[in-house]
Design a protein around this ligand. Structure first.
Ligand SMILES: [Zn+2]
Length: 308
């Protein structure tokens, strides 16, 4: 339980889909236009100075996802596969549901969904009309979709390791502004995205690193090879080691268009610690991230909308 309380609160907020910048974010508990919820990293807590909501990691999940205490603990441990592993290895005494041995990710339950990907209307609208992604990229990433019992449409995003083994699944809610925005099946390891692309790299190639898989799809659609990192706060030591190994194994150059905000620059600096030659590319002033930039380029070069 203490391990769940000790998960980095800003990382938990990001997993919930909140955008953290300079230890603040828009408060999801009242109609907020200016970030009034702040995080105290030293105490691992949050507090909104307008509506007064406050607490730790478990409280944040309970309040945001409207879950009871045990369900919030379960959500935290499930969406934190790697942490959960070390948590249960250390605590062998099963006294509470979350302390019971973690079920590892069961790839056999999900593999078949990605063998014949199927995109429902909501997914097609999101990928091809709103994001204007290249259909070849969507096929390469094996994106698929489904609807839950409440008929909520979800985009299902598979995470593979370098050998092409399915290691995790991320579900993205296709209803705008819906809560929760993401769901991860038990034990999913969703850290570095699109690792199979590494097998296609030739010496001298450029590899772009993006923040999150949707920027990665935009980068791939723009004709670049790319992998994605979840975010600065969710970047684990294991991910950093993996990147450092790539740097020594492959004779390629690493590139990045950091998001035009403080977390984006923070991620760039963190990555440069393991990839000293990482090249910084600046997004134009009116583009907050690469997807935004990609869309603007797309509209300039292809003024006749394919939407209509
Ligand atoms: Zn508030």
């Amino acid at each position: 339980m203490q391990k769940l309380r000790d998960l980095p609160i800003e990382g938990v907020a990001e997993r919930l889909g909140l955008r953290v910048s300079r230890h603040k974010c828009l408060c999801p508990f009242h109609a907020d236009n200016h970030p009034s919820l702040s995080f105290k990293v030293s105490k691992n807590t949050f507090r909104c100075f307008v509506c007064g909501e406050s607490g730790g990691t478990i409280d944040l999940v309970m309040k945001y996802l409207r879950k009871d205490f045990l369900d919030a603990c379960r959500w935290l441990s499930e969406s934190w596969g790697q942490v959960h592993d070390s948590l249960t290895r250390q605590q062998n005494h099963a006294t509470c549901p979350i302390d019971s041995p973690p079920k590892p990710f069961d790839a056999s339950k999900y593999e078949r969904f990605f063998e014949r990907p199927w995109l429902n209307g909501e997914a097609r609208k999101f990928l091809f009309e709103e994001r204007r992604l290249d259909a070849r990229v969507v096929r390469w990433c094996r994106l698929t979709s489904w609807k839950d019992k409440q008929q909520v449409p979800w985009l299902q995003i598979p995470y593979y390791d370098r050998e092409g083994k399915l290691v995790g699944v991320q579900n993205r809610n296709l209803v705008k502004g819906a809560i929760p925005r993401f769901r991860f099946p038990q034990g999913s390891e969703c850290s570095i995205y699109n690792l199979p692309v590494l097998n296609m790299l030739k010496p001298g190639d450029e590899l772009f690193i993006t923040e999150g898989c949707s920027d990665c799809w935009a980068m791939l659609s723009a004709g670049h090879k790319a992998i994605a990192i979840p975010s600065a706060t969710l970047l684990s030591r294991k991910d950093k080691e993996q990147l450092s190994i790539l740097n020594s194994q492959l004779s390629i150059t690493f590139h990045m268009f950091p998001d035009r905000d403080e977390p984006g620059e923070r991620l760039f600096l963190q990555l440069r610690e393991v990839l000293p030659s990482l090249v910084h590319h600046q997004l134009p002033q009116d583009c907050k991230d690469f997807s935004d930039y990609y869309l603007k380029l797309k509209i300039v070069h292809c003024p006749l909308s394919i939407v209509n």
